[in-house]
Ligand binder design. Structure first.
Ligand code: SF4
Ligand code: ZN
Ligand code: ZN
Length: 300
């Protein structure tokens, strides 16, 4: 197997692009895809302060590394979710990775704050992943606001977004469908811009990049992810991709293109939605009490 560019030994075959590449040219391809997403969706510039959400998994660590190598001003933020051994292991991965690569980071510990996810889920009688999503969104945004970051970046990849899109379509979740973009703009003064620079890359491509570049990430899945429906949608899309190469990319990126066009027209017609300050924590919200404060105070 030979690299299409230099004819050296290829280490990977990219079916959806119909090319084989050596390590050096795969790395170039990979970084080009990240840069392309940043530019195409106007995610951020080298002047911006970027907060990268890191979990210890391959996607977020790879994103953190690539953005730092590209010269962006990045700081990692890890949230200890209080999920026993899994949280301890992932925290160690993040700290070791930051030290090895000389990266800045900050940690929020939900055990210390009294909000470990399993406990919060029991108290509020809401599924763990839904509670986890609310808490993570809240703290990433709060830290970004408190420390003057311009943008929050997450490691969501093409598989994550395509499977979420499939799930949202299967259930006709109109409200979520409207928000499935690689960039969500800032709202008011406190709700920061959110971006997903890895959306042009698949899970497998990211795993290959991590392996070839010796990124030491946590291999265990979160124990609370067992039975998650998103995994079923991912499997279904992989099955289709096997037979019809390029479906995943076409499905998600074409949707984004159409949605952006539609929202542009819609935004020209509608006025701004008014934000309020949460009565409890003061952060901006679309409701009197923000979803995080409703969750921890068990108000629904
Ligand atoms: Fe949180 Fe669920 Fe992901 Fe575990 S699987 S980290 S609980 S969202
Ligand atoms: Zn090559
Ligand atoms: Zn609040």
């Amino acid at each position: 197997m030979k690299c299409k560019i230099c004819k050296g030994k290829a280490v990977i075959k990219l079916k959806r692009h119909n090319i084989k590449l050596c390590k050096e040219h795969f790395n170039e391809f990979f970084i080009r895809q990240v840069e392309k997403a940043i530019k195409e969706f106007r995610m951020f510039s080298r002047k911006d302060k970027i907060l990268v959400c890191v979990s210890g998994g391959k996607d977020s660590l790879v994103l953190w590394l690539v953005l730092s190598k590209l010269g962006y001003n990045v700081t990692g933020m890890y949230i200890n979710l209080g999920i026993d051994e899994y949280s301890e292991k992932s925290k160690t991965k993040v700290i070791n990775f930051a030290e090895k690569n000389n990266l800045k980071y900050t940690i929020v510990d939900l055990n210390e704050l009294g909000y470990p996810i399993p406990e919060l889920s029991k108290k509020s009688r809401r599924p763990e992943c839904s509670v986890c999503g609310t808490v993570k969104r809240y703290y990433f945004n709060k830290i970004a606001y408190d420390y003057n970051f311009d943008v929050v970046a997450t490691g969501h990849n093409l598989d994550d977004e395509a499977s979420r899109l499939l799930g949202n379509i299967l259930h006709w979740n109109d409200e979520y469908l409207e928000k499935q973009l690689p960039v969500l703009p800032a709202e008011g003064k406190m709700l920061k811009k959110k971006v997903k620079p890895l959306i042009r890359l698949t899970e497998q491509e990211i795993a290959s990049f991590a392996f070839l570049n010796k990124v030491d990430y946590i291999l265990d899945e979160c124990p609370l992810s067992v039975g998650a429906t998103s995994l079923v949608y991912k499997d279904a899309l992989n099955l289709i991709e096997e037979k019809i190469v390029g479906t995943k990319q076409f499905f998600y990126l074409q949707y984004v293109k159409k949605l952006m066009k539609r929202l542009k027209n819609k935004n020209n017609e509608k006025g701004d939605i008014e934000l309020k300050n949460c009565k409890i924590c003061g952060m901006e919200s679309f409701h009197e009490v923000c979803s995080f404060c409703r969750l921890v105070r068990d108000e629904k």
